[in-house]
Design a protein around this ligand. Structure first.
Ligand code: GTP
Ligand code: MG
Length: 416
């Protein structure tokens, strides 16, 4: 990863929500920035051309020249024309929160699907920027009614980008179809799905590694995971579930990225239970929890049962008793995915939540109907089996959907 020297500009207006300097700093550092300075400005009203006032622009420019700064990061969304005005005035690259997040995604994508998704997000982002810059440039070129050379070049750029977007979308569709097939296969196998969701850096991959020894990449940086990893999770009585680690959430996730990563989020929508993991070692954890809840609701996953995992209890000073007195989401558990604290309790909670997935049946099967026995052995979990002279007494747990089908084909007296 190449590093670069940067400064952060945070702006507070009466309308804007409180800024989170720690978060924009981590985002910047994750992308390779070495933060040399932070500039803050309280404004009653934003300057439409450059957001910040003229005096602040001059102050930052002087600093840039003295310290050899390469990039100025704004902790807000800039319009394309604000971005180009600022670049002109400051003489270095200017980026905003969305630009930074997309840049991180681009650096981190590893699989083919992840790379295509990021390229797609980047191109849509660029296309929207071109539109803004196009206006400024067409004013420069030629007189009224004529098209300047700048505008013609833009037109070609725009067309090339659009063509690339169509190509990438088609490639993605193909990959999604493949993924769909996998999912259908799993559904047919009647295995419940668990999705791990949560704010970025909460410990999702650490949890997956703890539960399944998956060996997923874990790092104390934002967006370590871009591609969902799916593993089998062993439950008690030999039962199994499928568990998936997902890309982290963040507040104001750029919508280009949400669109591009839709298929990743699909994994969450299909889940039978969501493990919402929360990092209680950050003071922002309540905020983060609400953001994740909002995003889940937005993606139509608001009705799926959730287990809230208050993670990283090993990293906080407060006692369990004190923590229990705080308001919390329910049902919840407290754990340390890193140290393995709370693992058994979590598994118990998962089984409770997935209880509805299986139905317990007690059956009396005569030897002539041995097909039922083989059906139960391959699709269910045997709790007890008692061989009598002319029948078998069997207690079994079956996926609810299959139990319904089986009951329809049983003879009277077979279901106890
Ligand atoms: N102290 C402590 N650190 C933890 C715990 N769980 C995870 N971490 C650390 O938190 C950091 C982030 O962990 P990850 O598992 O990568 O988090 P993630 O949610 O997958 O993050 P992204 O994929 O980046 O969204 C790593 O440095 C982990 O070692 C925990 O229970 N206690
Ligand atoms: Mg991860």
């Amino acid at each position: 990863m190449t590093t670069y020297k940067a400064v952060i500009v945070e702006i507070q207006t009466p309308e804007s929500e409180a800024t989170d300097l720690d978060e924009i700093k981590s985002l910047a550092e994750t992308s390779g920035a070495k933060i040399v300075g932070v500039f803050s400005q309280n404004l009653k009203k934003l300057n439409p051309a450059t957001c910040i006032g003229k005096g602040k622009v001059d102050e930052i420019r002087t600093f840039i020249e003295k310290e050899d700064i390469e990039t100025v990061i704004f902790d807000m969304e800039l319009t394309p024309s604000q971005e180009s005005n600022l670049e002109e005035e400051l003489g270095v690259d200017v980026t905003d929160r969305s630009g930074l997040i997309i840049e991180i995604f681009a650096q981190r994508a590893r699989t083919k699907e992840g790379k295509i998704q990021v390229d797609l997000a980047l191109l849509t982002y660029q296309l929207s920027r071109l539109k803004g810059k196009g206006l400024a440039m067409s004013r420069l070129g030629g007189g009224i009614g004529t098209r300047g050379p700048g505008e013609m070049k833009l037109e070609t750029d725009r067309r090339t980008i659009k063509e690339k977007i169509i190509k990438l979308k088609n490639e993605l569709k193909l990959m999604e179809k493949n993924r769909d097939l996998h999912r259908k296969y799993r559904e047919k196998k009647n295995i419940p799905q668990i999705a791990i969701a949560g704010y970025t850096n909460a410990g999702k991959s650490t949890l997956l590694n703890l539960l399944t020894s998956a060996g997923v990449f874990v790092e104390d940086k934002l967006f370590a995971t871009l591609d969902p990893t799916t593993k089998r999770l062993k439950l008690s009585n030999g039962k199994q579930a499928i568990i998936t680690d997902t890309v982290g959430f963040i507040k104001r996730l750029p919508h280009h990225l949400v669109d591009a990563f839709k298929s990743t989020f699909e994994e969450i929508k299909e889940a039978d239970v969501i493990l919402h993991i929360i990092d209680i070692s950050t003071p922002e954890f309540n905020n983060h929890t609400n953001i994740v809840k909002e995003v889940l609701k937005d993606m139509d996953a608001g009705d799926i049962p959730v287990i809230y995992i208050y993670n990283k209890i090993d990293a906080v000073e407060i006692s369990k008793e004190t923590f229990l007195r705080y308001p919390k989401q329910r049902p919840f558990i407290m754990m340390s995915a890193l140290k393995g604290i709370g693992q058994e309790e979590l598994l118990k909670k998962i089984e409770e939540q997935l209880g509805f997935f299986w139905e317990k049946l007690t059956l009396k099967i005569g030897h002539v109907d041995s097909w039922i026995l083989s059906f139960l052995l391959s699709n269910g979990y045997i709790i007890s089996q008692d061989e009598k002279d002319d029948y078998t007494l069997i207690e079994v747990e079956l996926p609810r959907s299959l139990a319904g089908k089986l009951k329809k084909s049983l003879k009277p007296g077979q279901l106890l």
